[in-house]
Design a protein around this ligand. Structure first.
Ligand code: K7E
Ligand code: CUA
Length: 680
């Protein structure tokens, strides 16, 4: 250790000199050295600390929007400090934000999905976001966030995320970091291909993962038997690629203006949007083109074997701009509330082509100019890079090597591949930087590989060459570079999102945290500079964006409903407008919420009455949030300054219930309380 330090003393002297020069208070160089040594930090550790440290009161340069996996949420993390700033509840209730505990805006959002019995999983009734009566599903598996884009760059307005367990998309508005809508996409049971936003957020895309029962049949109430499943799989199941139309003013998902393209029942996996040279196209990987059905008891191989028999699966290439014309020409059927282009029409109209891809691929990631499409094959040590110019030529000149059993043309492999790079074991996902490099996660090897794109990104480098590799800890899934899936990557940082942490953190029991690792990309070699334990559900994808692009508000305009982002008709402007209106069987309250009291502070009702409380926080001070909690029932609201929210319930139990504010908002916060008195 001592020798080690002697070698690095010049580094410390330089760092110390810089700090000494900048600060007149000057904890001089020897003091810094002693401090580092007393904490057992190596010189590299000290450098890492300086690279990631954000001083008290300081700000991070980037924000990471990370999927929360089966926590059903999005986590917002400051980079480089790797501090958790916020959790946006999307598919699961979250009491601190008052999400899913009676607040109208949150119940409307959560009710978008199927109910707990699964009604609506095929779009039969679950997509009516305003028919909120049923108990909504209370979990989801958040995989792939997509920030909205303008001209292929993040615009900081909205974020979408898919629920891998269901065919759902959640949408949060980044003006207040709240979920506004959860859409059950008809005809999907599960989802994985997306979400991604098209370059101007015309659409967000989502496709099925495991194929679902063919919508045509399901819509006519046809069901399935085990025999059908085992012997008619290719006929009864279908995948669906969905282009969900986005309202350019509000970011809301508009089912009426969305459309779907029916796909073969291969298992469609990840997807990405074309941009630049490939604008108008979408790319979806698939596996299990063998259509293995499982059924070990029935004498069938397990899916992992059955789905790995062939050497190739298929990259699906979809021309969505052409699909828009087919929709405009009326060549669709409306099924379960969405316009669907049949597989036959998709083939006839040349909307869909396949390209062979080495077996069992996972990620498909379009390069910043849209010219290259990188496919990672879990069971192949290479990534395969397709050229959009080659794809377009092969489509135009019909350079096919055949058709699949559904008649979809298969482009000739050699005609569309621009190159291959051998990277290592288990490539999964790829991101890009601003210097012409690509970074691919290697799950089996627990590493990140850096390789070159060559011209026109970087004329100095030969294309498709492995140039660096770094070990990570352990078993990386996705990775995120700064704006690394846009047309304007920022380089600088890479976050490895690792599935296993094993020995990296203090033991907190057999369920270990996940492990994020921050990697510095600024030097010639990638350098690991921080670990961050993730103590919630398994994150999948994340997007890293400059913090300056996100422009969230500090407080709401007075009386704003988070549902509509406009003034709520049931808001009040001041305490003077607070009131109670009683009608038979019904008590309606307009409640003012301000430090440190509720007005009215006593609400009287009879057993069986419907109680409706419109609460308005009339504060204008940033961060003057109040809570509103009623014991013994699932009512827990968070009222941010300016917010107006409504809660309704039936006063079904007699008694005196002391509601209170759950945020320590003032010296007299404890006195911020009241009573719901329910008389027999
Ligand atoms: Cu690779 Cu759902 Cu994106 Cu996880 S998927 S890793
Ligand atoms: Cu309001 Cu505590």
């Amino acid at each position: 250790m001592k020798k080690f330090w002697l070698v690095f003393i010049p580094l410390i002297v330089i760092v110390g000199a810089i700090i000494g020069a900048c600060r007149s208070t000057g904890a001089g160089q020897p003091a810094l050295l002693a401090l580092a040594q007393s904490r057992g930090l190596s010189p590299e550790d000290a450098a890492r600390a300086l690279k990631t440290f954000v001083p008290p009161g300081g700000r991070d340069e980037f924000l990471l929007f990370a999927s929360g996996g089966h926590s059903g949420q999005i986590h917002v993390i400051g980079v480089p400090s790797m501090r958790l700033l916020k959790t946006i509840a999307v598919f699961t209730p979250e009491p601190w934000q008052g999400y899913g505990y009676g607040a109208d805006w949150s119940e409307i959002a959560l009710a978008g999905g199927p109910d707990a019995e699964g009604n609506g999983t095929n779009g039969t009734n679950g997509h009516d976001a305003h028919g909120a009566a049923k108990e909504p599903l209370r979990w989801g598996d958040a995989h792939h966030p997509a920030l909205s884009e303008t001209n292929g760059k993040y615009d900081g307005r909205w974020i979408y995320i898919n629920d891998r367990a269901h065919g759902r998309i959640g949408m949060a508005d980044l003006s207040d970091f709240r979920t506004k809508q959860v859409l059950q996409v008809p005809n999907l049971q599960t989802s994985h291909g997306g979400v991604f936003a098209t370059p101007n957020t015309e659409y967000v895309h989502i496709s099925s993962k495991v194929p679902a029962l063919k919508a045509w049949n399901a819509s006519q109430g046809q069901t399935v038997t085990l025999d059908d499943h085992l012997h008619k799989y290719p006929d009864i199941y279908r995948g669906y690629s969905t282009f969900v139309k986005i309202d350019p003013a509000t970011g809301h998902m508009l089912l009426d203006q969305s459309f779907q393209i029916e796909l073969p029942p291969y298992t469609q996996d990840l997807a990405d949007s074309g941009k630049g040279a490939s604008d108008g196209f979408a790319f979806i990987n698939s596996y299990n083109v063998e259509m293995a059905t499982g059924g070990i008891e029935q004498g069938q191989p397990p899916v992992e074997i059955g789905a790995s028999k062939l050497d190739f699966d298929y990259l699906h290439i979809i021309n969505w701009k052409k699909a828009e014309q087919v929709i405009a020409a009326g060549k669709f059927t409306r099924i379960n509330g969405i316009r669907v282009i049949s597989l036959e029409t998709a083939v006839a109209e040349e909307l869909l082509h396949l390209a062979p891809e080495p077996r069992s691929p996972h990620g498909v990631d379009v390069a910043p100019r849209g010219d290259y499409i990188t496919v990672s094959g879990k069971l192949d040590p290479h990534v395969t890079v397709y050229g959009i110019d080659r794809i377009k030529k092969a489509i135009a000149e019909k350079i096919f090597e055949g058709k699949d059993r559904y008649g979809i043309p298969i482009l000739k492999f050699d005609a569309v591949v621009a190159g291959k790079v051998e990277l290592g074991a288990g490539p999964l996902h790829t991101q890009y930087d601003n210097k012409g490099n690509a970074y691919t996660s290697l799950y089996l090897e627990s590493a990140v590989a850096k390789w070159t794109l060559g011209e026109p990104y970087n004329t100095a480098d030969k294309a498709f060459k492995l140039v660096d590799k770094i070990s990570i800890h352990y078993n990386i899934g996705h990775l995120a570079t700064a704006e690394g899936d846009t047309m304007d990557p920022q380089g600088k940082y890479l976050i490895a999102m690792n599935k296993w942490s094993i020995d990296r953190h203090t033991n907190v029991g057999p369920l270990h945290p996940q492990n994020f690792q921050l990697i510095d990309l600024t030097g010639p070699k990638m350098e690991l500079i921080a670990d961050m334990p993730i103590g919630f559900g398994e994150p999948h994808y994340a997007q890293l964006v400059r913090a300056s692009i996100i422009k969230a508000r500090e407080v709401y305009e007075p009386g704003t409903s988070p549902t509509t982002d406009a003034k709520s008709p049931t808001s009040i402007a001041s305490e003077q407008e607070a009131r109670i209106v009683r009608k038979p069987g019904r008590v309606e309250v307009w409640m003012n919420v301000v430090r440190s009291h509720f007005t009215p502070d006593i609400v009287q009702a009879k057993v069986g009455d419907k109680v409706i409380i419109h609460l308005t926080n009339t504060e204008r001070t940033p961060d003057a949030t109040h809570g509103f909690a009623i014991p013994t029932r699932n009512v827990m609201l968070s009222l941010d300054p300016g917010e107006s929210t409504t809660v309704e319930f039936i006063a079904d139990k007699p008694g005196s219930f002391s509601f209170y504010c759950t945020e320590f908002c003032s010296a007299l916060h404890l006195e911020m309380q009241g009573w719901l008195i329910v008389e027999k």
